[in-house]
Structure formats: structure tokens, C-alpha cells
Design a protein around this ligand. Structure first.
Ligand code: DAH
Length: 343
């Protein structure tokens, strides 16, 4: 056994060890009762007398060196932060599964609807959820005595909202007030869609929520006609619900449009035959629309003789429920992953 060879190699031999068990094996191999060093010591009596002392000293020095190296390595393996055993990569361990999130179905449907309109040249503009009474009502030709002005239909931010002098603040009850904001700021031609949250003090049930989402749309220019409204809404409805749906315009009243119409599509479930989803009618209402009322133009300083326009408004939840056959609006707000993961 060559002492010099052991001295040279022992360093790398210990360095390569990866566990306390392997280190113990090495200790037994060198320092154990029948180990390498015991063997070297045992060979001393067989040496010439004059060589024994020097050989004994080098064996001792080697023993001290190995003991020291083992102690150091032991500390290293026991301390994880210092690069010890706990830091080693266990390739047999199960991986960490990263589940990427996804867009909420209402966000998906909002984007899909807005994209249909931006492809036709509309811009997307958003407005604030806290609105003035003027923009939410007066500017839109909704007179003071109109039922929806009453506090039970709108969340007012001030208690005495009927005091005539100030323009009170409220949570907007529709996205139509953004019409007023945009028209006050810009001149025609305008083609705008407005997605956003709206608020109404409704009791929550399968089809009502105190907060929901709408998309308003409007065009203002010279010579805009009802037939433009029909063409654009038909294109929109067929993009969302399929080319084979039927569509009808049903006369209706909205204060901010004249004439006004509600738009129905043939029931997506029974194909206009009549079923429980459409109340046996065969038709399902999807939005309100009409030609912008001259009074609205006057409120924003447009000349109603020069310009005309149309507007429409739809509920995003309603469109999403029809599109995906969802029967309870509350599912959108509960954040139950079993529901959300389906989209
Ligand atoms: N703002 C109406 C609502 O919330 C929806 C609506 C109807 C908007 C007709 C319009 C429209 O622009 O022309 O019920």
C-alpha cells in the first residue's frame, strides 16, 4: 500500500461522495479496525528498524489528514444550505403541476363581441362605473319622472338625489351614458362599442344580479338609416349564434331612441318551434336598439338635422347564457372552478 498514492487520491475520493452512508463506508475502509491504515500500521514490525519511525509518522499524518477530511465532508453533507444532501435533485420526485389560468367566460364573450364590431370598423371605448345623473338619464332623454330615475332602480351615491340643483352621482345602470361622454368630446363620424359593468338594485335570482355587464354600440354620421342598424346587427347575431338563425325587430320603447326596437333571434335550442327555454314563443330577445333620439343629439350639441345615428345595447351575461346554455346567472360570479374550467 503506497502512502503517497493514498494521500493524493483521498481528497477527490471524499469530494465525490454524495451521502453520509457512503462517507461512513469510506471511513470504515480507511480507519476501521481492518481498514487500510490498520493494515499499514500492522506492517511496521516487518520493516527494517531504521525505517520504522519515519513510516509510523507518515501513517499517523495520513490518519490525521483522512480524519480531518471526513469531518469536513460530514458537516457539508449535513448542512443543506451549504450544498448538502437536501439540495440534490431527486429526479424521481413527482413534478409540480402549473395550472395556467384562463379568461373568465364573460371576458371571453365580451372580447368576442367587441372583436366582431372592431372588424367592422368600430372603436372600443370604456367609461366610468360611477356616473353623473345627467349622463345616465337626462342626457339620454330619460325625463325626471321616468320610473328608472327612482332610487329603487338605481344605486345613488347621495341620499337626496332629487334636489334639483346639483348633478348627483350614481352607479351607472347601463352603458348608454358613454354615448353622451363620447359625443360631447368628439365629432362624427363615430362608430363605437362600449363594454362594461352596470349596477341595478335587483334581488339576486337565476336571471338577475345587482351587477352585470353590457355592451353598448352606436354609430353617428350623415345619412345613417335604420337599414344600416339592421344590417350590422344581423351580421353580429349570425357571427355569435350561427348563420342559420332568424332575426326579427319588434317595436319597443326606449327614451333615447326613436323609433326603437327589441331584437329577437330564433330560439337556438328549438330552432323557432317553441320550447321551455324560449317560453314556447320560438324567439329570444337579445338586445335593444333604435335610431338615436334628436333630443340626445341636442344635449351633446349635435345638429339633429345634419346627423343621424343608431344605438344598441345588450347584456353580456344574457348572450353568454344563450350561447352556452347556462341557466343561472349566479354561476358567473361564484368562481367555482368546475364551472369556469368548461370555458
Ligand atoms: N340601455 C338599455 C338598457 O340598459 C339598452 C339599450 C336599448 C341601449 C336600446 C340602446 C338602445 O342603445 O338603443 O336596457
Amino acid at each position: 500500500m503506497d502512502i503517497e498514492a493514498i494521500k493524493i487520491n483521498i481528497g477527490t475520493e471524499i469530494q465525490d461522495l454524495a451521502s453520509l452512508e457512503a462517507l461512513e463506508e469510506l471511513r470504515v475502509k480507511y480507519l476501521g479496525r481492518k481498514g487500510v491504515l490498520a493494515e499499514l500500521t500492522g506492517s511496521i514490525p516487518g520493516l527494517p528498524v531504521e525505517a520504522r519511525a519515519a513510516f509510523g509518522q507518515s501513517v499517523n499524518a495520513l490518519k490525521n489528514k483522512i480524519t480531518l477530511l471526513i469531518e469536513e465532508k460530514k458537516k457539508l453533507l449535513a448542512a443543506p444550505a451549504a450544498g448538502g444532501s437536501a439540495e440534490r435533485v431527486d429526479i424521481g420526485m413527482p413534478g409540480i403541476v402549473h395550472e395556467p389560468g384562463r379568461l373568465h367566460p364573460l371576458t371571453q364573450v365580451t372580447r368576442e363581441i367587441c372583436a366582431i364590431f372592431t372588424r367592422m370598423g368600430f372603436s372600443i371605448i370604456e367609461g366610468p362605473e360611477i356616473e353623473t345623473e345627467f349622463n345616465n338619464f337626462t342626457g339620454l332623454n330619460i325625463p325626471l319622472e321616468h320610473p328608472s330615475r327612482e332610487a329603487f332602480d338605481t344605486f345613488y351615491l347621495k341620499a337626496d338625489h332629487r334636489a334639483p340643483t346639483t348633478d348627483h352621482l350614481l352607479l351607472r345602470s347601463h352603458t348608454s351614458p358613454v354615448q353622451i361622454r363620447v359625443m360631447k368630446e368628439k365629432k362624427p363620424p363615430l362608430a363605437v362599442v362600449v363594454p362594461g359593468r352596470v349596477y341595478r338594485p335587483d334581488a339576486v335570482d337565476a336571471s338577475h344580479s345587482f351587477m352585470f355587464h353590457q355592451i353598448e354600440g352606436f354609430i353617428v354620421d350623415k345619412n345613417i338609416r335604420f337599414s344600416d342598424l339592421k344590417g350590422i346587427l344581423e351580421f353580429f347575431a349570425k357571427q355569435v349564434f350561427g348563420q342559420d338563425i332568424l332575426m326579427r325587430f319588434r317595436p319597443h320603447f326606449f327614451p333615447f331612441t326613436e323609433p326603437s326596437a327589441e331584437v329577437d333571434i330564433s330560439c337556438v335550442i328549438c330552432k323557432a318551434k317553441g320550447c321551455s327555454a324560449c317560453g314556447r314563443k320560438g324567439w329570444i330577445e337579445i338586445l335593444g336598439s333604435g335610431m338615436i333620439h334628436p333630443n340626445v343629439f341636442k344635449h351633446v350639441g349635435y345638429d339633429p338635422k345634419k346627423y343621424s345615428g343608431f344605438a344598441f345595447g345588450m347584456g353580456v351575461e344574457r348572450i353568454a347564457m344563450l350561447k352556452y346554455g347556462i341557466n343561472d346567472i349566479r354561476l358567473f360570479y361564484e368562481n367555482d372552478l368546475r364551472f369556469l374550467k368548461q370555458f
